[in-house]
Ligand binder design. Structure first.
Ligand SMILES: [Zn+2]
Length: 113
């Protein structure tokens, strides 16, 4: 399993496209397509069907939503040093069951992410 180095809940910096320089929280990550949804980045207008509720209020029309961004276009912002960084990995210490886990580490400050 390859997995993604970006996870839901991370804060990332968008590095290319029209929203270059925008930072936002990852609201969804799809390992199959290697794409993530970043809050406030890569926003697109979508046309949806206008429906009318029983009370007569209209819903739909044009809504603005985020489009997925490929992970190669984002960098995780390290919560420790607050900078966009490359991600490394280390094995954690053994837990109570004698197992180790892969832990993401910041290449700048060596802190766990
Ligand atoms: Zn750091």
């Amino acid at each position: 399993m390859a997995g993604l180095f970006v996870k839901k809940g991370d804060t990332v910096l968008v590095r290319s496209g029209k929203d270059r320089g925008v930072t936002g929280r990852v609201i969804a990550a799809d390992p199959d397509t290697s794409r993530v949804l970043v809050e406030g980045a890569n926003r697109v207008k979508k046309h949806t069907k206008v429906t009318q509720s029983a009370r007569g209020s209209q819903q739909g029309g044009i809504v603005t939503t985020e489009a997925p961004v490929h992970v190669s276009n984002v960098q995780v912002i390290c919560p420790g040093c607050g900078k966009a960084t490359r991600i490394g990995h280390r094995r954690s210490d053994e837990d109570d069951n004698g197992k180790t886990h892969s832990v993401r580490v910041c290449k700048r400050c060596d802190g766990d992410i």
